[in-house]
Each structure stands twice: as C-alpha cells, then as structure tokens.
Design a protein around this ligand. Structure first.
Ligand SMILES: [Zn+2]
Length: 56
C-alpha cells in the first residue's frame, strides 16, 4: 500500500493517517493524511452521493 495520500500526495506518515479499503476482500484504496483529506477526496469524487445504507 502506498504511503502517499490519495488526495494530496503528501507522505501520510507525518500526519495521522487514515487507511481505506473496499469490499469484502478489503481491496486497499489507499492512505490519507487524515480525515480532512479523506473527506475532501470523497467530496471531489462524489463517492458518498446516494450511498448511505440507512437514513433515520
Ligand atoms: Zn493529504
């Protein structure tokens, strides 16, 4: 797994890295500096649109 932030390309080890994996096999998506970069990436890619599994 790369140690570069998927969103900004920084070295995640100097931050508080968050790692993301997808699916039952946990395919690594990559690391992010922190939740801020993860959130920005999700927003830019529209990854969270319509994907909430439950709405109260
Ligand atoms: Zn970053």
């Amino acid at each position: 797994m790369s140690d570069e932030c998927v969103y900004c390309g920084c070295d995640v080890s100097v931050h508080a890295p968050v790692y993301v994996a997808e699916g039952g096999e946990r395919d690594p998506v990559g690391g992010f500096c922190n939740y801020g970069c993860l959130w920005a990436y999700i927003r830019e890619e529209d990854l969270a649109v319509g994907t909430v599994c439950r709405i109260d």
